[in-house]
Design a protein. Sequence first.
Length: 192
Amino acid sequence: MPTPFQLVLGVAALVGLGVLFVYGRRLLGAWLTYRDTRVVVCPENRKVVAVAVDAAHAALSAPQGHPELRLEDCTRWPEKAGCGQECLSQIESSPEGCRVRSILADWYRDKSCAFCQRPFGEIHWHDRKPALMASDGKFVEWAAFRPEQIMGILPVHKPVCWDCFQAESFRRDHPELVTERPQGTGPPPSMA
Ligand SMILES: [Zn+2]
């Protein structure tokens, strides 16, 4: 039979856990929302820039109510590091709309690979990142671009799936091992 002291201790522990759970969820939610690179229009020069929100600061301020946003980095820094960070209003009004990964996921979602015609479906950014085909037919990966360039890149490139990009990279690096097929008549070049 628990003593009154043990009962009080048990209730206090449960309440503490409940508060920790609620605060922890808000904290984690804010961190997940505000990490990753975003693109916004700089209010000062009206050009697209890439910025990073201080996700840790947003997360730590989230349990008190509304997460407080401040920039951690911008492509115009350090020259403009003392700016008023007015671009944060764009992130506040649409946290997902200016997130680079979300913009790219939206762009690929309803498209098919320009080479093998397979629809993209869900994108696996960590291990099967899709790529692009330039107007000259060359395949190019996202690592070749800076985040602030994406708005100019998307209209002039076609989407290419990870499989086709890997096959093309292999063909380029090891032409002696590849059997070519004319484009559009079958799957990507196969390894002999
Ligand atoms: Zn493909």
